[in-house]
Ligand binder design. Structure first.
Ligand code: ADP
Length: 446
C-alpha cells in the first residue's frame, strides 16, 4: 500500500511538472517569435530609409547586422545580398513574402530556407522604385529554447521529485500506520477511528465482533443447558429404574407376600409408564430443539384440535371428576399437528392434574385480530410468583413429589414453550396460589 501511495503521488507530480514545463515552453516560444518579428520590422524601417536616402551606397556602409538582407529588382535580379552568394540563388520573385509584397506592398512568411538550411522568418516590402527589400532572421527552434531555458525547470523538477519522495513516504506512513495498529477486538478505539471514511467499515467490524461475542456466549449457554439437561435426564431415568429393580429383587427373593404381589406389579407398571413418558418427552423436546424442520405444517382448526384432545383425555377427566368445558369459535392456524397437539395436551393435562378432584377447567379458543388465542383456565392450586418465571425450565417442578405422584416429568411446559416458539406463538401465564391458573397461547392466524 505504501508503494502504491508513493507511486500515485510521484506520478501526479511528474505529470503536473511536465505539463507545466511544456506550457511554459510554448508560451516562451510564442513570445520569442513575436519579438523577433517586431525587431525585423524595425530593422526594415531603418534599411528602407537608408536605401531611399543613399541607394546602393547604403549597403556598403552596412557592416554588421544580425539579419539577412536581400534587395531584388522587379525582374528578380539580386541587387544586394549579405549572407549568401547571390549567383547561386534561385529567382526570388517566386517566394511567398516577395509575391505578397509585389501585390500588396508588404508580405511575411515563415519557412525553411533551402539556401541557409535553417528555419527562417521573412518580411518583404515594395519600395517606391518597385524594387523589393527582403529581411530575414533565423528563428530560434523550440529545441534550442529548451536547451537554453531547461536548467531552471530541470532543477525544479529534481527538487520537486525529492520533495514528493519525502512527502509520499511520510503521507503513506501516516495513512498506513493507523491501519496497521487497528485493534480488531476493539475497532472503534485508537487512531483509526479518526478516519471519517473508515468509520462505517470500523462500525461494521465492531458490530460483527459484538455479534460473534454474543453468539459465542449463546453457544456456551446452550451447551451448558444441554449438559445440565443430559445430567438431569439420566438422573430422572435412573430413579424409576432403581425402584423397578428393587421391587424385582424383592419378588425374586420371595420377600413379598402373595397378596401384596398385585400392588407391587402395579407400582412396577406405573414406574415403567413414567419412564416411557419421560423418554417420549425427551425425544419430543430434542425434535423441537432442532427446529422441527422435517415436520409438515398444515392448516389446523384449533377448536377442533382442542375438542379432540379433551376427548383423548376422557379417562383422566373421569378419574379426577373434572368439570371441563370447551368454548369459543373455530379459528384456523398454520401448524404442525403433533406440536400443536402437545401444546394443548400438556396444558390441559396440567390443568386437570393441578386442580385436583372435582376441579373446574375451561378451554377456550377465540379469534383476536390477526391472532388465534388458546386459553386453558383452572381453579387449582395455582403457582406462586417466585415460581412463575421458572416453570418453563426443563425438569423444574414447584413440588417435585406431588408432580411425580401425578405422573409428571417436569418437561411438559418446556415442550409447550418450544412448540409455541416454532409456531411464532407467545405463551403467557397468570396464576395465584390457591386460586388457579390461566395459560394463554397466542398463535398467528392462518
Ligand atoms: P410436570 O410434568 O411436573 O407437570 P410441567 O413442565 O408441565 O411439568 O410443569 C412444571 C411445573 O409447573 C409443575 O411441576 C407444576 O409445579 C407447575 N404447574 C404447571 N401447570 C400448572 C397448573 N395448571 N397449576 C399449578 N401448577 C402448575
Amino acid at each position: 500500500m505504501k508503494k502504491r501511495i508513493f507511486y500515485s503521488i510521484f506520478l501526479v507530480t511528474t505529470v503536473v511538472l511536465l505539463a507545466a514545463f511544456i506550457i511554459i515552453m510554448m508560451v516562451m516560444y510564442n513570445q520569442f517569435t513575436t519579438e523577433q518579428l517586431e525587431q525585423l520590422r524595425n530593422e526594415m524601417k531603418l534599411v528602407k530609409r537608408g536605401v531611399a536616402l543613399e541607394g546602393e551606397e547604403y549597403f556598403k556602409g552596412l557592416t554588421t547586422t544580425d539579419f539577412r538582407i536581400t534587395w531584388i529588382d522587379s525582374d528578380g535580379e539580386i541587387l544586394y545580398e549579405n549572407k549568401a552568394d547571390p549567383y547561386s540563388m534561385q529567382n526570388h520573385l517566386e517566394r511567398e513574402e516577395v509575391q505578397k509584397a509585389i501585390k500588396e506592398g508588404y508580405g511575411e512568411s515563415k519557412r525553411y530556407s533551402s539556401t541557409l538550411s535553417e528555419q527562417q522568418l521573412f518580411i518583404a516590402e515594395k519600395l517606391e522604385d518597385d524594387t523589393i527589400l527582403r529581411l530575414s532572421t533565423t528563428m530560434a527552434s523550440i529545441w534550442s529554447l529548451f536547451l537554453r531555458f531547461s536548467v531552471f525547470p530541470i532543477t525544479i523538477f529534481v527538487l520537486a521529485l525529492a520533495a514528493s519522495l519525502a512527502f509520499a513516504s511520510r503521507l503513506s506512513k501516516n495513512i498506513v500506520d493507523p491501519l496497521i495498529s487497528l485493534d480488531l477486538d476493539d475497532p472503534l478505539s485508537g487512531r483509526t477511528s479518526s478516519y471519517e471514511e473508515l468509520y462505517p467499515l470500523l462500525q461494521r467490524l465492531q458490530f460483527q465482533h459484538d455479534q460473534i461475542e454474543k453468539d459465542r456466549k449463546e453457544l456456551e449457554k446452550t451447551s451448558l443447558i444441554r449438559q445440565e439437561f443430559t445430567a438431569n435426564a439420566s438422573h430422572e431415568l435412573k430413579t424409576p429404574l432403581h425402584v423397578i429393580s428393587g421391587y424385582a429383587e424383592l419378588l425374586e427373593n420371595g420377600l413379598i407376600k402373595e397378596e401384596e404381589i398385585p400392588g407391587f406389579a402395579k407400582k412396577i407398571g406405573d414406574e415403567t409408564r413414567r419412564m416411557t413418558k419421560l423418554a417420549d418427552d425427551i425425544l419430543n423436546l430434542s425434535k423441537l430443539d432442532s427446529g422441527a424442520t422435517d415436520m409438515r405444517r398444515e392448516k389446523l382448526d384449533l377448536y377442533a384440535f382442542a375438542a379432540q384432545t379433551i376427548d383423548d383425555l376422557s379417562s383422566i377427566i373421569d378419574e379426577n371428576d373434572t368439570d371441563i368445558r370447551l368454548e369459543g369459535d373455530h379459528v384456523s392456524i398454520e401448524g404442525i399437528p403433533e406440536s400443536v397437539n402437545s401444546i394443548i395436551f400438556n396444558l390441559v393435562t396440567n390443568a386437570i392434574k393441578y386442580s385436583g378432584q372435582g376441579g373446574k377447567v375451561t378451554v377456550s379458543v377465540r379469534e383476536d385480530g390477526d391472532n388465534a388465542v388458546l386459553e386453558v383456565e383452572d381453579n387449582g392450586i395455582g403457582i406462586g410468583e417466585e415460581d412463575l418465571e421458572r416453570i418453563f425450565e426443563r425438569f423444574y417442578r414447584v413440588d417435585k413429589s406431588r408432580s411425580k405422584e401425578l405422573g409428571g416429568t417436569g418437561l411438559g411446559l418446556s415442550i409447550v414453550k418450544h412448540a409455541a416458539r416454532i409456531h411464532d406463538a407467545q405463551v403467557k401465564v397468570k396464576s395465584r396460589l390457591g386460586e388457579g391458573s390461566v395459560f394463554t397461547v397466542i398463535f398467528p392466524k392462518a
